[in-house]
Design a binder for this molecule. Structure first.
Ligand code: GDP
Ligand code: ZN
Length: 448
């Protein structure tokens, strides 16, 4: 992608009527459009109150016109913003007028894309803008803001600096073959490699938390028919979303409910019961339940005192990285008290989905999991693509260590580090294909 030569325009405020609407124009023609409305050149960073007229001279609206001269603007280009009355009709007339004056309608995310191409933001920061706009909880909004301010990019760049130092060290050793073996066998080199690996794994942990903050924690409820899965979903969502019936096997499809727990979004998924079945429709439901379970961050196995072992056997071993909670439901029937206990198969919580006793214990456990075990203060938002890239970095570093420490193969280690550096560069956009950029920015909203 090369820097833009044309001028784009879009309505930046949300669709529908509002008190104020904003039309944004960016590119080399923006200033001339502003000047045509004002009958003189706009002054940078000055609020002009002006009439906005159509091509026949008829008044469209009276509005505030702001001009930001590049590079001191969001996109880095000349930008004009028109703050009008927030009527969709007015904004659309203005957009048409501005396009007659030489602009063209912007594609989704095109302003952010230009900001990225002009070096105003890196890719992770641009993604943080979209995450901020889409945030569904206060915690997610605050974390997105931290990413936008560079909290995530700074960490990536610090890791990149360590990685480059290590590469330089190893490549220098390779350049002096007579001393190579000694160079590659020093404690210092091992220490540096350890430091880079540790930094990577710490960043990976925080990035995974960041993804949970952005996307929410994916909680899948599973268990035998009639165990109380739908009742538990209802209890947590505190509304009648899933249908609760005493006939086994009625939750055939997958039901979802998002709830906010102290600023973190949980997506709860109620699935068909896990059991052998001859019914085709139900079999499909069970297949979907299995698929949902594979993607879960947390699996809630709803069971009871007498069926824990059998239900665990039916469920099989947990996915890697997945947390399993055992919910011993219906304690109101046996008169037991609500309780939490660590068991080898996961945290066990005794409660009643029907009477809600013990439900707060489950909420506390979910809140802890969503926060990644500690406070969400200081967290930043992240995306799955960031986790994937960092996992590649970690794998390359592991390979580099293997090459160095076990085989003293400097060339091989250096090659792995080059790959690791590339994967890191994709996070901030230093190395990114046009396809990747296109996919990222087209998911933004128009006007951003
Ligand atoms: P699912 O098939 O696992 O989704 O189970 P449901 O949520 O549909 O519940 C099955 C039956 O068990 C319903 O009659 C519920 O009212 C009942 N049930 C669910 N949870 C409890 C509970 O904690 N105590 C009692 N007494 N009954 C419950
Ligand atoms: Zn159900």
């Amino acid at each position: 992608m090369t820097p833009a030569t044309d001028t784009i325009a879009a309505i930046a405020t949300a669709p529908g009527a509002g008190g104020i609407g904003v039309l944004r124009i960016s590119g080399p023609g923006a200033r001339a459009i502003g000047a045509a409305f004002l009958d003189r050149n706009p002054r940078p960073r000055h609020a002009h109150y002006t009439a906005l007229r159509d091509s026949e001279g008829a008044l469209i609206d009276r509005a505030i016109l702001l001009y930001f001269a590049g590079p001191y603007s969001f996109t880095g280009e000349d930008v004009v913003e028109l703050q009008t009355h927030g009527a969709p009709v007015v904004l659309n007339m203005l957009l048409r007028r501005v396009c007659e004056m030489g602009a063209r309608p912007a594609r989704a995310g095109e302003f952010s894309e230009r900001a990225f191409l002009n070096g105003k933001l890196d890719l992770a920061q641009a993604e943080a803008i979209a995450d901020l706009i889409a945030s569904q909880s206060e915690a997610a909004a605050r974390a997105a803001m931290r990413s936008l301010e560079g909290a995530f990019s700074d960490r990536v760049n610090a890791l990149l600096a360590l990685l480059i130092e290590l590469r330089v060290y190893i490549e220098a050793a390779i350049d002096f073959p007579e001393e190579e073996i000694d160079f590659l066998d020093t404690q210092e080199l091992r220490d540096r490699l350890d430091a880079v690996r540790l930094t990577t794994s710490q960043l990976l942990t925080q990035t995974r938390r960041g993804v949970r903050l952005t996307d929410g924690l994916h909680v899948v409820i599973t268990g035998r028919p009639n165990a109380g899965k739908s009742s538990l979903l209802n209890a947590l969502a505190a509304q009648d979303r899933a249908i609760v019936t005493p006939i086994p096997g009625t939750t055939r499809d997958v039901l979802r409910e998002s709830i906010e727990l102290d600023g973190v979004i949980l997506t709860l998924v109620d699935t068909a019961g896990l059991r052998e079945s001859g019914d085709v429709v139900e079999l499909e439901g069970i297949r979907r339940a299995r698929r949902e379970l594979e993607r879960a961050d947390v699996a809630l196995l709803v069971t009871d005192q007498d069926h824990i072992a059998a239900d665990l056997a039916l469920l099989g071993p947990p996915q890697s990285g997945q947390t399993r909670l055992l919910i011993c439901n219906k304690i109101d029937l046996s008169g037991e008290l609500p309780a939490v206990a660590e068991t080898p198969a996961g945290l066990r919580i005794d409660l009643s989905a029907k009477t809600h006793i013990g439900l707060d214990l489950l909420r506390t456990a979910l809140r802890r999991l969503a926060a990644g075990g500690d406070s969400i203060n200081g967290a930043f938002t992240a995306r799955t693509r960031h986790v994937v890239a960092l996992e590649q970095v970690a794998a390359r570093l592991a390979a580099a260590e293997l090459a160095l420490v076990h085989r003293r193969a400097g060339e091989l280690a250096a090659e792995e580090l080059r790959h690791a550096q590339r994967a890191l560069g994709e996070l901030t956009g230093e190395f990114s294909s046009d396809d990747l950029l296109g996919a990222i920015f087209s998911s933004f909203c128009i006007g951003k």
